[in-house]
Design a protein around this ligand. Structure first.
Ligand code: SDX
Length: 338
């Protein structure tokens, strides 16, 4: 409900899921239409673990990309390539084939994201571990190293679960529409998801989380004064837009932004860190929400406005922010495709 700023997944308010659920449980809810029983959740987690490895022959693909290739470009290519490495098995029913594809995508997209990061830095790939949860596994695959073992911090794992839960679905947004349109030609799901990743990459859509941090950094570099940027956003002759502000549906505060704003404080406090970009973000919000242009245009912070601060604190590189959004949105794309 864009007027009231209400978001529910299968009827459950997203703030309740952020408070009490995990990303894997929320993915199950979106795809299957109801929360899993304990047994169903255990079985789903075992399947995600079984499908968490990526075919070893795919590593050559990753290694052949230029080191500075944007991870979203790598991801959309690699997801499309999955069909070649995991062809349909004639002995499987269509239903079985689809369910295996769901699980493969949910598990391997996360593994491939971490792989692309490690390979881009010339580091050894870290394999998924059977004893770690979905989000903890991702962090370990991203940051574990033979010379500096990564210590799992439960608060960061929680923050990542909340981040992915908040990104999991959002009715007919640009990338979901792309998945449905391409999928409507009855192409395999990998190709449809690859189209969704491409659409999400745009700075007006999922790419906004990276664009917000670049904008906040630009404000910081120019001395921290937000007024000139608000003035540019107001100026109709200036194509500049305030990244992280405005929404196709929400004409009030995006409920996800409220949760992520609180998460910034929680994560930075836990890490005993201060991020000057958070001060700038708060100042920008305060000035914009009092500005007649923003009030008249119903422009409020959206999901992307605060998420970058949390991702930076966790240690995710800025060029992977939209990849993080893609991992979160995958269950929504799958459920809408279904
Ligand atoms: C996501 O659709 C979804 O659900 C997306 C998403 C999801 O979960 O999938 O929620 C995720 O993509 C969030 C949005 C991330 N993008 C950004 O933060 C980029 C900045 N925002 C804008 O580009 C814009 O607000 C959109 C694209 C998000 C929404 O634009 P609208 O509402 O479709 O309409 P519009 O582009 O025609 O803008 C209407 C007016 C225009 O002014 P006028 O010409 O009518 O005078 O509002 C102005 C725009 O210029 N405007 C802005 C603005 N956003 C809209 N002016 C300055 N800064 C902005 N951010």
């Amino acid at each position: 409900n864009g007027e009231k700023g209400i978001l529910r997944y299968r009827g459950i308010p997203v703030d309740q899921l952020a408070e009490h659920s995990t990303f894997v449980e929320t993915a199950y809810l979106l795809i299957n239409g109801e929360l899993p029983t304990r047994r169903q959740l255990t079985r789903f987690s075992v399947l995600l673990n079984d499908h968490s490895l990526v075919h070893e022959d795919m590593r050559e693909f990753f290694e052949s990309f230029p080191r500075r290739a944007h991870p979203m470009g790598i991801l959309t290519s690699m997801v499309n390539a999955l069909r070649a490495f995991y062809p349909e098995l004639p002995e499987r029913s269509e239903e079985e084939e689809i369910n295996v594809t769901f699980t493969r995508l949910l598990s391997k997209l996360r593994t491939m994201a971490a792989m692309s990061y490690k390979i881009s830095r010339g580091h050894r790939v870290v394999y998924p571990r059977h004893d770690l949860t979905y989000a903890a596994n991702f962090l370990n695959m991203m940051f574990d190293s033979p010379v500096r073992p990564y210590e799992i911090d439960d608060d960061l794992v929680d923050a990542l679960n909340v981040f992915w839960i908040l990104h999991a679905d959002h009715e007919q947004n640009c990338s979901t529409a792309a998945v449905r349109l391409v999928g409507s030609a009855r192409v395999n799901l990998y190709a449809a998801i690859s189209a969704g990743i491409s659409a999400l990459w745009g700075p007006l859509h999922g790419g906004a989380n990276q664009a917000v941090v670049e904008m906040l950094s630009e404000i910081e570099a120019s001395g921290g004064d937000v007024d000139p940027f608000v003035a540019r956003a107001r100026d109709r002759n200036d194509p500049f837009r305030l990244m992280g502000f405005g929404h196709r549906v929400y004409k009030t505060y995006d409920p996800r932004a409220i949760i992520m704003k609180k998460m910034c404080d929680k994560v930075l406090k836990k890490l005993k860190r201060h991020d000057p970009l958070l001060d700038i973000a708060r100042k920008l919000e305060e000035v914009a929400l009092k500005d007649p242009y923003f009030i008249d245009h119903n422009l409020y912070p959206n999901v992307d406005f605060y998420t970058g601060i949390v991702l930076r604190a966790i240690g995710i590189p800025i060029n992977m922010f939209t990849v993080m959004f893609a991992i979160g949105r995958l269950p929504g794309w799958i459920s809408q495709w279904k």
